[in-house]
Design a protein around this ligand. Structure first.
Ligand SMILES: Nc1ncnc2c1ncn2[C@@H]1O[C@H](COP(=O)(O)OP(=O)(O)OP(=O)(O)O)[C@@H](O)[C@H]1O
Ligand SMILES: [Mg+2]
Length: 222
């Protein structure tokens, strides 16, 4: 059974000498499993900060993040790392593929073992993402949109309970952006999907949109 990801009174402060910058202030939310959530807000509003805290890539200054009953913001490093590796998947703005590996191999490297089963699964993921003929191509032989879909497949090979994406379409045109969003959104049948973007057009299919302004949660605009 998948669990609800939640946060309570999350605050992230950066201290720079005398000055303190608040990237996030007092943010609370509850994200039941099996939905596609969009996180929106202008540049600097704290979207990436929120995603990093929810996914355990950063620790909050105050407040907590929980997956079900488990306070992941307060887990020791090795356990947090294991949880991230086994239960979370990540897609970033750039795909960060290994240039000397094929599309298929780039997906298989994320699996615990480079087994025949992992290769089979990577092949199925490529097919489901419309990349069946790209299996043996190098990243340099793929378009930007194709590379990003390979990055989505890589994030999915371990069947993450929660799939996080930070501006996954920012480097793509509208058509390719929508393809990548569709690939991410489709995962909601198997897990939770959380996508950060400043492009409202990418979130028309979202189940819920959370908006940030100056590090605080606000009601979505219009
Ligand atoms: N390492 C850091 N040190 C100091 N301040 C930081 C640091 N990282 C982020 N900030 C500040 O925290 C605030 C939120 O940053 P964040 O990256 O979360 O915004 P964002 O909504 O993702 O913006 P963008 O749309 O440009 O990616 C900004 O004011 C930013 O300048
Ligand atoms: Mg950001």
């Amino acid at each position: 059974m998948h669990e609800t990801l939640s946060c309570e009174n999350l605050t992230l402060a950066y201290r720079d000498g005398e000055r303190t910058t608040y990237a996030l202030r007092d943010v609370s939310m509850s994200l039941p499993p099996g939905k596609f959530y969009g996180i929106m807000g202008p540049s600097g509003s704290g979207k990436s900060s929120l995603l990093y805290l929810l996914s355990g890539l950063k620790r909050p200054t105050e407040g907590k993040v929980a997956l079900g009953e488990l306070a992941l913001s307060h887990l020791p490093d090795p356990e947090l790392m294991r949880l991230r590796r086994t239960r979370f998947g990540f897609v970033f703005q750039q795909p960060f593929l290994l240039t000397y590996l094929t599309a298929l191999e780039n997906i298989v490297v994320a699996a615990p073992q480079p087994s025949a089963a992992a290769r089979q699964k990577a092949q199925e993921l490529l097919e489901s993402l419309g990349l069946a003929t790209m299996t043996h191509k190098l990243p340099s032989q793929l378009s930007g949109g194709e590379r990003q879909r390979v990055a989505v497949a890589r994030a999915l090979i371990n069947e993450p309970e929660i799939l996080f994406a930070d501006e996954p379409t920012a480097a793509l045109d509208q058509t390719n952006g929508h393809r990548v969003i569709e690939a991410l959104a489709a995962w909601r049948t198997k897990g939770t999907v959380i996508v950060v973007t400043h492009d409202a057009g990418m979130l028309t299919g979202a189940d819920e949109i959370l908006s940030l302004r100056d590090g605080r949660r606000v009601e979505p605009q219009g």
